[in-house]
Ligand binder design. Structure first.
Ligand code: ADP
Ligand code: GLC
Length: 485
């Protein structure tokens, strides 16, 4: 098959810039796509960590002026990826969170920063970089949402475009007065263009103008077509339902492999689950939990936000106490939730531990040492922590929403009798339903032989990128075949 060239555009890429799963996906998908004959180059903003990783890069394109200063596109390889970085110091030479300033608020020039990213993606799409003209430009989330718009309004020959929604809650809305500054023609401010409730909507633009729309699980693709879950964009998504599909994420099974994980005291696989006990002991020791192998240990690795149902979890903690379970949480986010969990840990000395912060080592230790991983999200486009949990044999206890519903098979009576089930799935999204899910998990825990069988099945789930890569490849090929036909 012919090689197909894709430009992937995003504002995060693991391991250099990551605030959540978006970075993981953008970092891992290209390697999986390569096996399908798709050559991907990834364009990201030149944040300090990215520029640092690309010390041997070459200049691929220059701008005398781009949104208020000189800029260039640099090209190079890093961490196995073919990267383009938009080196524009006046926009991106800012350490820390990619979207927020030191005061914790959005950078005031975010509209310009990500307009620049979209415009440069469109330029590369049209051949600005010598020797690389992609057949597909694939934009991820609102930060890249203007790429399809610039390509659409630029006229003439253009590559095919795909817009992927990782989270509909983040939409990138800016004042209409910026239209000319951003570089879009007056006609773009229209219902079938970038206009969104009187503002400019970056995600809306991508959803309206890309040739195809994908999101990161089939269930989320269905959910976002409803008023209840569409966050204002459901009308457009219903209208474009033929262009919309859900492709389930995978995880990087090299980064997440319990058999080789250097963060674990005792690496293991499905055939050697006894070796897992040492990881539970190490986690308990590291977090100051009582060294009790028999206490059912629930872990959480999450942003602490409303989306993730963390307030429900806080309310359901007495259900864990009632089961004599232990609780370990790693996360950052809303101040009220951080305080709530910190206090809950103080009240449960030796039985609950809360680490407020971002820490990859502890994230791996949680997956390798906790007995179960809780993901009680109110909505979840895909979710990656439950995929890691499956791979590590930490049984996922998840809400029946979005990608959580698509990836975890509830271990109910019928599932168990037909040797299926890989975790616990609960609904509705309430503290009571979560408490009952905790009780169900504890019931399963009492029968260690059955628990082991569940762990083995969880670990046998294919959470790699291979199926998703085949689907994206098919999508790209269908799109480009149509254009050349
Ligand atoms: P989202 O992108 O909505 O936050 P995902 O489940 O898709 O949720 O991805 C979250 C990713 O971020 C996972 O790789 C998870 O391990 C990681 N993560 C989240 N919080 C932390 C944290 N406090 N420390 C380390 N890793 C974290
Ligand atoms: C978003 C979603 C999460 C998804 C991730 C990667 O951050 O909240 O559910 O797994 O993107 O697609």
């Amino acid at each position: 098959m012919n090689k197909l060239h894709v430009l992937s555009v995003a504002s995060e890429v693991y391991p250099w810039v990551k605030t959540g799963g978006l970075g993981d996906v953008v970092g891992a998908l290209p390697a999986a796509l390569a096996a399908e004959g798709i050559a991907t180059r990834t364009l990201v903003p030149g944040y300090p960590a990215v520029i640092d990783a690309m010390r041997h890069a070459t200049t691929a394109h220059s701008y005398a002026e781009l949104q208020g200063g000189p800029a260039r596109v640099i090209a190079g390889r890093a961490g196995g990826l073919e990267l383009f970085a938009l080196d524009a110091p006046h926009l991106f030479a800012r350490p820390g969170n990619p979207y927020l300033g030191p005061d914790g608020r959005d950078w005031p020039d975010n509209a310009l920063r990500f307009a620049a990213l979209g415009a440069v993606a469109a330029d590369i799409g049209r051949g600005a970089v010598h020797g690389f003209t992609p057949q597909v430009v694939h934009a991820h989330d609102w930060q890249a949402g203007l790429a399809p718009a610039f390509l659409h309004y630029g006229g003439g020959q253009r590559p095919a475009t795909v817009m992927t929604v990782h989270n509909l809650a983040f939409q990138g809305q800016f004042p209409r007065e910026l239209l000319a500054t951003i570089g879009l023609p007056p006609g773009a401010f229209a219902v079938d263009g970038v206009e969104y409730y009187g503002t400019i909507g970056y995600l809306k633009a991508g959803l309206a103008l890309a040739d195809r729309i994908t999101t990161v699980s089939p269930t989320y693709a269905a959910e976002i077509r409803s008023v209840a879950n569409g966050m204002g964009l459901d009308g457009l998504l219903r209208e474009r339902h033929e262009a919309l599909s859900g492709i389930l994420n995978g995880i990087d099974t090299g980064v997440w492999d319990p058999a080789t994980d250097r963060n674990l005291a005792s690496p293991y696989d499905a055939k050697h689950l006894k070796a897992r006990a040492a990881n539970k002991a190490a986690l308990q020791a590291r977090l100051g939990l009582a060294p009790d192998p028999d206490a059912l240990l629930f872990g959480v690795v999450s942003r602490l936000t409303w989306q993730k149902g963390m307030d429900l979890l806080l309310a359901a903690l007495p259900a864990l106490d009632a089961q004599g379970a232990q609780f370990a949480l790693l996360g950052t986010g809303d101040a009220a939730l951080e305080t709530g969990f910190a206090n809950a840990a103080l009240e449960r000395s030796g039985r609950a531990a809360v680490v407020i912060g971002y820490d990859e080592t502890i994230a791996h230790m949680m997956q390798g040492g906790a007995d179960a991983i809780l993901v009680p999200s109110r909505f979840e486009p895909c979710g990656l922590t439950q995929l890691c949990a499956l791979r590590y044999g930490a049984l996922p206890v998840v809400a029946r929403a979005g990608g959580l519903a698509d990836t975890v098979v509830d271990a109910n009576e019928m599932a168990l009798s037909s040797r299926a089930g890989t975790g616990i799935v609960f609904a509705p999204d309430s503290a009571d339903a979560l408490a009952i899910a905790v009780e169900r998990t504890a019931m399963l825990w009492r029968d260690r032989t059955a628990w082991r069988a569940l762990q083995r099945r969880a670990m046998a789930t294919d959470v790699s990128w291979s199926r998703a890569a085949a689907r994206y490849a098919a999508l790209y090929r269908a799109l480009t075949a149509k254009r050349t036909a």
